[in-house]
Design a binder for this molecule. Structure first.
Ligand code: HEC
Length: 132
């Protein structure tokens, strides 16, 4: 009986360990594909948001409200969940429509990953600071 308990304990802890530390295959499969995101961005988003995401695409001057600067602090500070919700349903009363029908969940995640990759911030200034 004692041995049985020991066995159960060992197998049990092995399973818990396995669950906790195994690499979840879904997790691996769901790494965003930034390359695909870039292609989607160029096809669907660039005309409004601009090549670098500054909100200066060729269609931007014709729109009010103007397309957002996607590398702004305001956009960067939003969580993935918030931005994915915007990508799904759009922004009310703006030209930003929802992409749920045209882009799959993965495609929206990938294009978001690309947008995030346009944001460069660094700890040391790359250009000299302006004189005081
Ligand atoms: C027809 C022009 C247009 C197109 C095409 C377009 N957008 Fe937008 N987008 C806008 C406008 C206008 C807004 C609203 C202004 C704002 O929120 O800054 C906006 C808002 C957003 C926001 C919200 C920013 C924030 O901080 O809330 C994100 C993210 C975004 N767009 C991403 C995309 C992506 C990714 C695509 C391509 C799949 C795309 N947009 C295509 C015009 C466009």
């Amino acid at each position: 009986m004692n041995r049985l308990w020991m066995g159960a304990l060992i197998i049990g802890s092995w399973m818990v360990y396995g669950l906790a530390y195994s690499q979840d295959p879904l997790e691996i499969a769901s790494q965003p594909d930034i390359e695909q995101g870039r292609d989607i961005y160029r096809i669907h988003c660039q005309e409004c948001h601009g090549t670098e995401g500054h909100g200066d695409g060729p269609r931007a001057p014709m729109l009010a409200p103007r397309p957002g600067n996607l590398v702004s602090a305001a956009t960067s500070a939003k969580t993935d969940e918030e931005l994915l919700a915007i990508l799904a349903v759009g922004v009310p009363r703006t030209a930003m429509r929802g992409w749920r029908d045209q882009l799959s969940n993965d495609e929206r995640r990938n294009v978001l990953a690309y947008v995030r990759s346009l944001v460069h911030f660094q700890e040391s200034p790359s250009t000299p600071l302006p004189p005081p």
